[in-house]
Ligand binder design. Structure first.
Ligand code: ZN
Length: 226
């Protein structure tokens, strides 16, 4: 059982690397292709927000690569500096995706709210879960290790709820880009590719957590039999 779980962890790890590589390659490829209208990520984000009455949501540049996110507390769409200023197809796809989260927030999208309510437990699990499980197993404190495993489960649940949130933001993004005429029919496919690879990284994160939980659970079950 331990060996099987370890093997599964290895497989998921390799699959995660492949997905990371796929995202980086696809992103790099379409970062070099400008959209036919020459609009930047920031301009498109601003236009979509305004079209949805979200004039109070700010669009700001943030340092780093692929650091793009929506901050629901600050009501700000933050685009990584390259995406903020770039007119590339990849930049537009990412900018529209982050605006998708802002629109979800404005509409009180259910899964976004569920995800936010799970955040404290997931945050605790990310920080404390590994310490409790590994420490508990090393010290033979099975109760402690079990508690750590529950925290890991909270992280996995958070990652599971993240999937509909991310898929929905990408679905909205493609709809904005198409309906508002920012991308031509030929330019839609590359944007969809970028967002699909990005979505797969969230699936990989969940699979990685589940494999880790399975591995630790098998170790714990082994301990109980001794
Ligand atoms: Zn997202």
């Amino acid at each position: 059982m331990d060996i099987l779980a370890l093997l599964l962890m290895g497989l998921v790890f390799v699959a995660s690397l492949v997905i990371q590589g796929g995202l980086q390659a696809t992103f790099a490829r379409f970062s070099r292709v400008a959209n036919s209208r020459g609009l930047t990520g920031a301009e498109v984000a601003r236009a979509i927000l305004d079209a949805h009455g979200l004039t109070h949501v700010r669009v700001e540049p943030v340092p780093g690569a692929l650091t793009d996110h929506y901050d629901p507390h600050a009501k700000a769409v933050r685009l990584s500096e390259p995406n903020y200023a770039s007119p590339s197809l990849a930049a537009l796809a990412v900018a529209a995706h982050e605006v998708g989260h802002a629109v979800q927030d404005a509409h009180g999208y259910t899964w976004l709210r569920v995800r936010a309510s799970l955040w404290p437990a997931a945050s605790l699990g990310t920080n404390l879960g590994p310490i409790l499980v590994v420490g508990g197993l090393m010290l033979g404190a099975i109760g402690l290790a079990k508690l750590g495993l529950y925290l890991y489960l909270a992280v996995a649940l958070f990652q599971l709820v993240t999937l509909p949130v991310e898929f929905d933001a990408s679905r909205r993004a493609l709809e904005f880009l198409r309906r508002m005429g920012f991308l031509s029919r030929e330019e839609m496919a590359p944007a969809q590719k970028v967002l699909t690879w990005a979505a797969l990284t969230y699936v990989a994160a969940l699979a990685s957590s589940l494999a880790t939980i399975l591995y630790y659970a098998s170790l714990l079950m082994g301990r109980r039999e001794e």
